[in-house]
Design a protein around this ligand. Structure first.
Ligand code: MG
Length: 384
C-alpha cells in the first residue's frame, strides 16, 4: 500500500460484534486508506443497516436469512446476500484485498477458507478457526499464496516482535511467551469459583469484549486457545510456548531468542491497534491513542498461571499434544459449555469437566481432512 492513491478494499465479516465495531472505527479514522466493499453480520439487521448507510458497501450479508430478507426491503444501492453461504461468498469478491473475519467460533471457518482460497489477506480475529483446523488452514494459506495477519493482541504482538528481530521463520526463536490478564477471577481458589454467575464472569477487568471470549478469559480457555493459535501461526511446538499472567495487559506478549534476548510489544490495551496493523502491514499508520504512560501505570507484574484453579488452560495443551481432531473437539465442546453456562444450565466449574469428558470420549483421527474436522465439531456439539 505504498501507492497512496489506491485504497485497500476491505470486507468485514462480523461487522456488528466487538472487533467488527473497532475495525469500523479504524476505517472511519483512515478513510483515505481504506474502502469497505462488503459487510456481514449474523442477525443484527438494525446495526448493519446503519453501517451500510454510513460506509456504502457494494455488498452486505446476514447469516440469518429472515433478517436478510427484511434488510433487503429497507436499504437500496447494495446487494444483500443471505445465509452462511451468502456471508462466506463475500470473501471471494474479486477486488477485495483484505478480509477481516471476526465472527464468533467455528462459524469463522468457511469465511476464512474462502478468503485464503481466493489468495487474499486474511485478518483473522476468530482464533477458533486455527484451533479446530490449524494444519489445514496453514496448508491452504501456502497452497493459495494467501496470508494470515493475526487480530489477537498477543499474536499481533508476537508477529511484531518477530518483525523487529528480523526473525520470522528463523531458527533463532527459543520461546513464545503469551501474556494473560488472568481474567476477573485471578487469585481466587477453586472453591471460590463454584457459585460464580455469568454476570460476574462477563466482567473482564481490562478488555471489553463479546460474551463468548469474556467467559473464555474467565476460565483461561481463551489463553489455551491462543497457545494453539500461536502454534500454527508461528510454527512453534507447544513445549516452546509459555503463558505468564500479567494483569495490567500492557505487555501483549514476548519472544525469547536463542541469545537470551527477549523482545516484547507494549501498548495500552486497545484492539484497534492489532486491527490497523493487520490492515496496513508492513507499514504502520497513525492511530489516535493516549500515549503509553509507564510512570502513571507504575508497576507491571507477572506470575505463573494456576493450572489447578483454571484447568481449561491445561486441557488446551493436552489437545494440542494429542493433535488430530482433539483440538476441534476441545473447541466445539467449549463453545457448547460456555453457552450452557451463560444459559444457567451448568456451573462455572463444570465448563472444564464438560470439555474434558468430550475429549476423553473422542476417537482421534491423525492427519484429519477438513471433513473429519467438521464432523468432529458436529460430534462434539451433541449431548454427552
Ligand atoms: Mg487475545
Amino acid at each position: 500500500m505504498t501507492d497512496k492513491t489506491k485504497k485497500a478494499k476491505i470486507a468485514v465479516i462480523g461487522s456488528t460484534g466487538s472487533i467488527g465495531l473497532s475495525a469500523l472505527d479504524v476505517i472511519r479514522e483512515h478513510k483515505d486508506r481504506f474502502e469497505i466493499v462488503a459487510l456481514a453480520a449474523g442477525s443484527n439487521a438494525e446495526v448493519l443497516k446503519q453501517q451500510i448507510n454510513e460506509f456504502n458497501p457494494r455488498f452486505a450479508a446476514l447469516s440469518d436469512e429472515t433478517a436478510a430478507m427484511n434488510l433487503k426491503k429497507s436499504v437500496s444501492g447494495v446487494e444483500i446476500r443471505a445465509g452462511e453461504d451468502g456471508v462466506a461468498s463475500l470473501c471471494e469478491i474479486d477486488d477485495v484485498d483484505i478480509v477481516l473475519v471476526s465472527v464468533v467460533g467455528i462459524a469463522g471457518l468457511a469465511p476464512a477458507l474462502k478468503t485464503l482460497r481466493a489468495g487474499k489477506r486474511l485478518a483473522l480475529a476468530t482464533k477458533e478457526v486455527l484451533v479446530a483446523a490449524g494444519q489445514l488452514i496453514i496448508d491452504e494459506t501456502k497452497k493459495y499464496n494467501a496470508e494470515i495477519l493475526p487480530v489477537d493482541s498477543e499474536h499481533c504482538a508476537i508477529f511484531q516482535c518477530m518483525q523487529a528481530a528480523g526473525a520470522l521463520k528463523s531458527k533463532s526463536v527459543e520461546r513464545l511467551i503469551l501474556t494473560a490478564s488472568g481474567g476477573p477471577f485471578l487469585g481466587k481458589s477453586f472453591d471460590e469459583l463454584k457459585n460464580i454467575t455469568p454476570k460476574e464472569a462477563l466482567a473482564h477487568p481490562t478488555w471489553n469484549m463479546g460474551s463468548k471470549i469474556s467467559i473464555d478469559s474467565a476460565t483461561l480457555m481463551n489463553k489455551g486457545l491462543e497457545v494453539i493459535e500461536a502454534r500454527w501461526l508461528f510454527d512453534i511446538p507447544p513445549e516452546q510456548i509459555d503463558v505468564v499472567v500479567h494483569p495490567q495487559s500492557i505487555v501483549h506478549s514476548l519472544v525469547d531468542f536463542c541469545d537470551g534476548a527477549a523482545i516484547a510489544q507494549m501498548s495500552n490495551p486497545d484492539m484497534r491497534m492489532p486491527i490497523l496493523y493487520a490492515f496496513t502491514f508492513p507499514e504502520r499508520a497513525p492511530l489516535q491513542m493516549p500515549p503509553l504512560d509507564l510512570a502513571a501505570i507504575g508497576k507491571l507484574t507477572f506470575s505463573k498461571p494456576d493450572y489447578k484453579v483454571f484447568p481449561c488452560l491445561d486441557l488446551a495443551y493436552v489437545a494440542l499434544k494429542e493433535g488430530g481432531i482433539v483440538p476441534a473437539v476441545l473447541n466445539a465442546s467449549n463453545e457448547i459449555a460456555v453457552q450452557k453456562f451463560l444459559d444457567g444450565e451448568i456451573g462455572f466449574l463444570e465448563i472444564s469437566s464438560y470439555i474434558e469428558k468430550k475429549m476423553e470420549k473422542c476417537d482421534n483421527i491423525n492427519n484429519p481432512t477438513l471433513e473429519d474436522v467438521i464432523s468432529a465439531d458436529k460430534w462434539a456439539r451433541n449431548e454427552l
